[in-house]
Design a protein. Structure first.
Length: 291
């Protein structure tokens, strides 16, 4: 029978042999997930034996991680804005980069009372749900073309206690009948329209790291020929769905700031800004519908 220390070492070595850059961290996260222990317990009780059953289950997870399946898909846990979200193979794993988008939206909402939010290409729902958790007076909708992704978003909304303030709509951007009531002649219904759309050019997808290329859903990555398809589509329609003074916010790829900000200015948005993330890369573009 193995102990905790020897099992962790074995897991780390397997991941190293398979070229995983963060082998030690990944091996630890899977051990923590499988056994429920924390670091302090491990350092005090590293010689504690592990049952053959638990050891076998752990090494099975290690084998799957060695095949470059993301840790988050193995544990079904992803942390974003300090909240724990359920994820699976049907949604993009929330990234820390995207927290910049949520933080900017919160700034835009600062002076709003009871803001209404539309999250286009919602995926796991992490953007909309985080905003609702941060603003208890807000409500909103998340739209996605994938029913499998929407099932994940609905689960997250329920698990995190915002299901009464969030609705989810299956729609190819604004195509669903739901949106006929939310824009057009009557004026927009939303204060915030926010999106982290697919923005990688089709031919670039094959150059991505294996975890992303093989295990993130292709539909959540593919921004068509030049990566800008969804920005064009959403920006062209956004004015119909935003109230005067409402904000349009996008996450972008780090080379797309000029193109996306140009689209927004052409569509009549004001106060258009490109905002950098913590590493200093262009990450968010925002603009306001005129009052």
């Amino acid at each position: 029978m193995q102990n905790l220390e020897s099992l962790l070492k074995k897991g780390t070595n397997i991941l190293k042999e398979n070229g995983l850059e963060e082998a030690g961290l990944d091996a630890w996260l899977l051990l923590e997930f499988k056994t429920g222990i924390n670091r302090a317990y491990y350092f005090a009780h590293g010689d504690e034996p592990v049952s053959d059953e638990i050891a076998a289950e752990y090494l099975k997870l290690i084998g799957r991680r060695a095949g470059h399946i993301p840790v988050q898909q193995l544990t079904h846990q992803a942390f974003f804005m300090g909240y724990e979200f359920y994820v699976n193979q049907n949604v993009l794993i929330p990234r820390q980069d995207t927290e910049t988008l949520v933080e900017e939206a919160l700034k835009c909402m600062n002076s709003m009372k009871e803001p209404e939010i539309l999250d286009m290409c919602t995926g796991s729902g992490c953007i909309l749900i985080s905003l609702l958790l941060e603003r208890e007076d807000a409500k909103g909708a998340g739209a996605d073309i994938s029913p499998e992704a929407l099932a994940v978003a609905k689960k997250n909304a329920k698990d995190l206690g915002v299901e009464k303030r969030a609705e989810f709509v299956e729609s190819d951007t604004f195509s669903a009948p739901y949106f006929y009531k939310k824009g057009g002649k009557e004026g927009g219904k939303y204060d915030i329209l926010i999106s982290n759309p697919p923005y990688i050019a089709t031919e670039e997808i094959e150059t991505l790291m294996e975890e992303v290329r093989l295990h993130d859903p292709r539909g959540a990555l593919d921004g068509r020929e030049d990566g800008l398809y969804f920005y064009r589509n959403i920006t062209a329609e956004a004015g119909k769905y935003l109230r005067p003074g409402g904000w349009l916010l996008y996450e972008i790829g780090c080379t797309q700031g000029a193109a996306v900000s140009g689209m927004m200015k052409t569509a009549g948005f004001e106060q258009v800004q490109v905002i950098k993330d913590l590493p200093g890369l262009d990450r968010v573009v925002i603009g306001q519908k005129p009052l």
